[in-house]
Design a protein around this ligand. Structure first.
Ligand code: GTP
Ligand code: MG
Length: 435
């Protein structure tokens, strides 16, 4: 199934390669755009509006082809943003804030609770999570484990009354800046669920209530948002599973139609796979224009200072830099995903070996690097013959593996000498200007 991203990429290639941008070609391009948006489950009337609007703006005869191309790109970008949500909303959290997460079964409440606690803890808040899902067996353990794995304090209990759980922990929770509260789901929006959420709401009085919706339900998101809003005051939405669905466009568009604010999107199963939703950034990334700001924010929240240096260093690129860079990249999620953020690199073919280097390999590489002399680390080219066997003996790492390390190092060095902030912004400017 073709997602929004692939579809739009094809359209932009077509625009780029068009020799003339006459009415027939324009019609063809717009047809393709309609098809792509519909395939992403965007509401038909929205799609029709979009194409009419683009036609109206683009059918200007007084322009040269090149100008037309740039303008058409801009119009498509503008109109898609209008559909997917123009504004970018931010939770205003401070000491004492409480965020309640609600939603149907399996929508990603528990995962998102911990992701958000982790996100805001990286921003300097002291965060905790509270488990109020008293229905699903093992719900409390799941939350506790996930939180523990990421060094976040979890308040969980075997108690069967969510209000009691809250009461028991209330004084302890107050010691934290922000509490993220997991709640129980249901199959459908039934009365019991609403009653329970209302009880919790009235007792806790959360600063924000976030409705969690999986993006793979596409435009049904609107109905879900409206149903929930009728029963309880919803402050905003987190759309999860934006990574694995072709319906992300429809889900976003329908939240916009329902006037629901999308604060965050979930883009994978890992703890750092969550992003603030900013339509402009999101769409420019969709369109392959990269997204400098998100990248930098992601680097900032995911990495400590030392690792950040490794990733943005413009110094001589040594084996140690390489090793640190790989470790840092792994924290950020897969290399390829990261490249999506970098203007101009997202369409590039990356040597597949660079992606997902396993932990065991990394350990061996580290041991090999530790066995090298300073000179060897800084100028790995000199590592051949007797040096190779010495390092292998010293580190108990097979020669073949050391060679592999050197090969990968060379690849990355050639590919880019570190992904430097300067380099990224240079690229961004280039692409930004085109825009
Ligand atoms: N790919 C992907 N998977 C996600 C995302 N968010 C959550 N998941 C997965 O969705 C599944 C359900 O997530 P949970 O957090 O347990 O959902 P829940 O709403 O707490 O489920 P219940 O407590 O049973 O109602 C898990 O396997 C998660 O890893 C996301 O953004 N992307
Ligand atoms: Mg859960």
């Amino acid at each position: 199934m073709m997602g929004l991203k692939e579809g739009l990429k094809a359209i932009f290639n077509r625009i780029k390669n068009a020799v003339f941008l006459d009415k027939a070609e324009l019609d063809g391009i717009i047809k393709e755009l309609e098809k792509t948006m519909l395939a992403s489950d965007v509401d038909v009337s929205l799609v029709m509006n979009l194409s009419q609007e683009i036609k109206r703006r683009a059918l200007r005869e007084d322009l040269k082809t090149l100008e037309k191309k740039e303008l058409l790109t801009k119009f498509i970008y503008d109109e898609i943003i209008k559909i997917l949500g123009e504004k970018n909303y931010e939770l205003k959290l401070e000491k004492g804030s409480k965020v309640l997460l609600i939603g149907l079964y399996g929508c990603g409440k528990t995962t998102t609770t911990v992701k958000l606690a982790n996100f805001y803890s990286k921003q300097g808040f002291k965060t905790c999570v509270v488990g109020l899902d008293v229905h699903r067996p093992a719900a409390q353990e799941q939350l506790e484990q996930l939180a523990r794995k990421n060094n976040i304090k979890a308040f969980v209990s075997k108690e069967s009354d969510p209000i009691k759980i809250w009461k028991n922990y209330e004084n302890e929770i107050k010691k934290f800046d922000i509490a993220f509260i997991d709640s129980a789901g249901r199959d459908a929006l039934d009365e019991n669920l609403i009653k329970e959420i209302k009880n919790i709401y009235n007792f806790i009085l959360p600063t924000y209530v976030l409705l969690i919706i999986p993006a793979d339900i596409g435009q049904i998101a609107k109905k879900q948002a409206e149903f929930f809003s009728k029963a309880i005051k919803i402050d905003g939405i987190v759309l999860t599973r934006m990574d694995g669905t072709a319906k992300a466009g429809g889900a976003l568009a329908s939240c916009k139609q329902a006037n629901a604010k999308v604060y965050f999107i979930g883009v994978g199963e890992k703890i750092n796979d969550i992003e603030r939703f900013d339509p402009k950034q999101y769409v420019s990334r969709l369109l392959g224009l990269g997204d400098l700001q998100s990248l930098l924010e992601k680097i900032r929240i995911t990495l400590g200072e030392k690792e950040k240096k490794a990733i943005v260093s413009e110094d001589k690129f040594t084996l140690l830099n390489f090793y640190e860079q790989i470790c840092a990249m792994q924290k950020l999620g897969s290399f390829k995903k990261l490249l999506d953020f970098i203007p101009g690199l997202s369409n590039m073919n990356i040597p597949s070996g660079l992606i997902d280097i396993q932990e065991k390999k990394l350990k061996q590489w580290k041991a090999a690097i530790d066995s090298m002399t300073k000179l060897e680390r800084e100028s790995p080219e000199i590592i051949t013959g007797s040096r190779l066997s010495r390092i292998s003996k010293g580190s108990h790492v097979p020669i073949s593996e050391i060679k592999e390390l050197l090969r990968q190092y060379k690849l990355v060095k050639e590919f880019s000498t570190g992904i430097s902030e300067k380099k990224i912004s240079k690229l961004a400017k280039r692409f930004g200007l085109n825009f």
